[in-house]
Design a protein around this ligand. Structure first.
Ligand SMILES: Nc1nc2c(ncn2[C@@H]2O[C@@H]3COP(=O)(O)O[C@H]4[C@@H](O)[C@H](n5cnc6c(=O)[nH]c(N)nc65)O[C@@H]4COP(=O)(O)O[C@H]3[C@H]2O)c(=O)[nH]1
Length: 695
């Protein structure tokens, strides 16, 4: 093959290769005039081959582009690569990478150019740069610090943010894992290391852990650390581990606050019912394991409700806070004092080897309540009743233990308050009976299980029956005869007392109307009113309507109330008492001597009668103290224009003493027990016959 043939052949090869190439290829003479362009270049620039062959490489460049590269290429043996913006025929501009090389083309020195549209590459770079920028901005805004740990070298790099968030300066900060670990709170280090190891070992899908981290000022901040292995070695072992530290202290504070609110009482800061019972459960489980005992003390403040009602809720709250502080001060550090709600507290004494160990703590506890409470400069006496039940002796689990300690507390209250009672199985029976009463009282009135008894009231001077007290009786097929001392408090609690009270009033007034016609028009009927009935806005209307319906004169009705009604201090009580007396109905203060026995009540409210409680009458002939007291009460009552009734007279001796003292009326087994209406009718008949002059 001669030289010409060789040239032609190489031209053919060049043409075939360039025609098929997807890259733009051109050949220009040393002045820049195109002498060859391939189809890809034509397409790239938007010109036809003929058009391009009329143009120069300089015509392809976008305005303001550097033209020196062409000269550099033609003067150099090396290929030259430049990035330059080219302009298509339609005026649009695109970035390109042009590689120029001086070549021999068809016997002449020319410049071969390969052109590549790099719009996509540039766009990708830009997107990457933008995303990095966004990432860094986000990190800064998010307050996150970045760490980058080379597991192989052990070096950890931290970004600027990492230092500032914990108050450190970059200098003097050791860039190792060990140094980082020194700053993790000792209590959190184990879980942090474990989370990291599990992730690196492939046992966990992600590394995400929260821990406390030491700030430069020695306080701890809460950190959430998340990370990802981004590089592995040939053995697929983690090589580079990067992640972020986020400051979650504020979030943690909120979480802790919410958690605290869910577990602690907001007034006294003691564990609430939920947490107390949870701790009790754990104490019982531990006692089971260790063969130990747990004593549960159920404490209820005596008469707290009265104090709350009389002195206001704010004083009540301060009193509860002070009571809680006193309770805290007597227990051991391992014990729990919790508030179940209202004025009920529990004290969990765990790890006891015998019951006696609880005794000094209980004594101490009650002693705390023997000292006056000083609230807003006012001295208040507050006592407590404590029920004690022991696990596992008295109960097989925490909830039974709580129930039994509660029953024991009721017993302590019944024993005169300010004392404690250990749980006995019998108490459980009492609690069960109370439950049964609650169950049975529902609907009992409709089932006609209630009736009324009457106990005569005698004029101590004339010996005549001047009236009677109506006393409610309940016979239930399941429970038998239930005494009022048992069911009245339940009826008060359940609200049944409203209907029961109306029943007594109606029945007793109808019966009185009959006795008025039959025997004595002056006969007076006394009826008990419970505190709860005063909350019934219809009470006064009901009394008025019942008097009208039966025709009984208002002054023949006497309503007996206890101090409990007055202690609440509510305005509506005073208004109601005034309305009742405005009807002409008589008011009696019942059970005088058992509660506060406040004389001021007798002056402030429109009472007509005072009833001395039978507990004083019992001892009247033996105790000089009781004698002196009754003496004073009778004189004082007369001075206040009140008539006096002595309750529970059982002996002639008591009766004679009271008569001599000038006590007006008497009531008690000596004269008559509470009896049915029919029996009362017979008694009245007898009494009338006795009073009639014998012929
Ligand atoms: N040991 C002894 N006891 C005597 C003697 N004389 C009377 N009693 C008892 O003393 C209680 C007097 O009634 P209370 O102080 O009003 O005390 C009453 C009253 O507070 C309440 N109660 C009874 N009936 C009603 C009622 O209809 N409504 C309301 N709200 N309470 C009632 O239940 C309490 C107890 O009533 P009862 O069991 O009927 O008990 C009665 C009566 O049976 C005596 O000489 N010796």
């Amino acid at each position: 093959m001669d030289a010409q043939q060789l040239i032609e052949q190489s031209e053919d090869i060049f043409k075939v290769l360039t025609e098929e190439s997807t890259q733009g290829i051109s050949v220009a003479d040393l002045d820049g005039n195109y002498i060859y362009v391939n189809p890809a270049f034509c397409q790239m620039m938007g010109y036809s081959e003929q058009e391009l062959l009329q143009l120069t490489v300089f015509n392809m460049k976008a305005p303001k582009q550097d033209h020196s590269s062409f000269d550099k290429t033609k003067n150099s043996k090396e290929k030259q690569a430049v990035q330059v913006n080219l302009q298509r025929k339609d005026g649009s501009i695109f970035p390109s990478e042009v590689i120029g090389k001086k070549i021999n083309y068809k016997g002449e020195l020319c410049v071969l150019g390969t052109v590549q549209d790099i719009s996509d590459r540039i766009a990708t770079h830009q997107a990457l740069a933008e995303s990095e920028y966004r990432y860094h901005s986000a990190m800064q805004v998010a307050n996150d610090g970045i760490w980058d740990w080379n597991i192989k070298t052990g070096v950890v790099r931290f970004d600027e943010r990492y230092f500032t968030m914990a108050g450190y300066e970059k200098d003097g900060f050791a860039y190792t894992l060990v140094e980082w670990q020194k700053r993790v709170h000792p209590d959190d280090l184990h879980i942090t290391n474990k989370a990291m190891q599990q992730y690196l070992d492939g046992k966990a899908n992600s590394y995400d852990v929260e821990f406390r981290f030491l700030r430069k000022d020695q306080s701890y901040m809460w950190i959430r650390s998340r990370g990802k292995v981004i590089e592995r070695d040939e053995d697929n072992q983690p090589k580079r581990f990067i992640g972020t530290h986020s400051d979650i202290s504020v979030q943690k504070q909120h979480e802790e606050k919410i958690l605290h609110q869910a577990h602690f009482d907001s007034l006294t800061y003691l564990p609430n019912r939920f947490l107390s019972l949870d701790r009790l459960k754990h104490s019982c489980q531990e006692a089971n394991r260790k063969n130990e005992l747990v004593a549960l003390l159920f404490l209820d403040l005596d008469d707290f409700k009265k104090i709350n009602d009389t002195l206001g809720h704010e004083t009540g709250d301060l009193l509860l806070i002070e009571a809680a502080n006193r309770l805290r001060s007597v227990v051991r550090s391992v014990d729990t004092v919790g508030r179940l709600g209202g004025d009920e507290f529990v004290i969990i004494l765990g790890s006891l080897s015998n019951v006696e160990e609880a005794h000094p703590i209980i004594e101490n506890l009650l002693n705390q309540f023997r000292e006056m409470f000083i609230i807003r400069g006012r001295e208040l006496m507050l006592t407590a009743s404590v029920g004690v039940a022991v696990f596992p002796n008295d109960a097989s689990d925490a909830s039974e233990l709580l129930r039994n300690a509660d029953s024991a507390m009721y017993d302590a209250k019944a024993c005169g308050r300010n004392t404690f009672s250990y749980y006995t199985a019998q108490m459980n029976q009492c609690a069960q009976r109370r439950l049964a009463i609650e169950e049975q009282i529902h609907g009992a009135l409709n089932r006609q299980e209630f009736s009324i008894c009457y106990q005569a009231k005698t004029d101590l001077t004339s010996g005549e029956i001047m009236g009677a007290e109506a006393l409610l009786r309940w016979h239930n097929p399941v429970l038998g005869n239930v005494p009022p001392d048992e069911f009245i408090s339940v009826a008060e609690q359940t609200g049944n007392i409203i209907q029961l009270g109306q029943f007594v009033l109606k029945q007793a007034l109808s019966q009185t109307a009959r006795w008025h016609k039959q025997f004595n028009a002056d006969f007076q009927i006394a009826i008990n009113l419970s505190p709860r009935q005063f909350r019934d806005p219809m009470l006064v209307n009901f009394i008025e309507d019942s008097l009208k319906a039966t025709g009984v004169a208002a002054d023949k009705l006497e309503l007996e109330i206890t101090e409990g009604v007055l202690l609440s201090g509510h305005n509506y009580v005073e208004a109601m008492l005034t309305n009742i007396t405005n009807l002409g109905v008589q008011l009696a203060m019942d059970d005088f001597g058992t509660g506060y026995s406040s004389l001021s009540y007798l002056r402030s409210y429109p009472f007509d009668v005072l009833k001395i409680d039978r507990s004083f009458i019992n001892e009247i002939t033996n105790s000089d103290k009781d004698k002196a007291l009754i003496n004073a009460v009778v004189s004082m009552s007369h001075a206040l224009n009140l008539r006096v009734v002595a309750e529970g007279i059982e002996t002639d001796e008591q009766c004679n003493y009271l008569r001599k003292l000038g006590c007006d009326y008497g009531q008690g087994y000596l004269f008559s027990k509470p009896i049915t209406a029919d029996a009362m009718s017979s008694l009245l008949e007898q009494s009338m016959q006795l009073a009639q002059p014998k012929n």
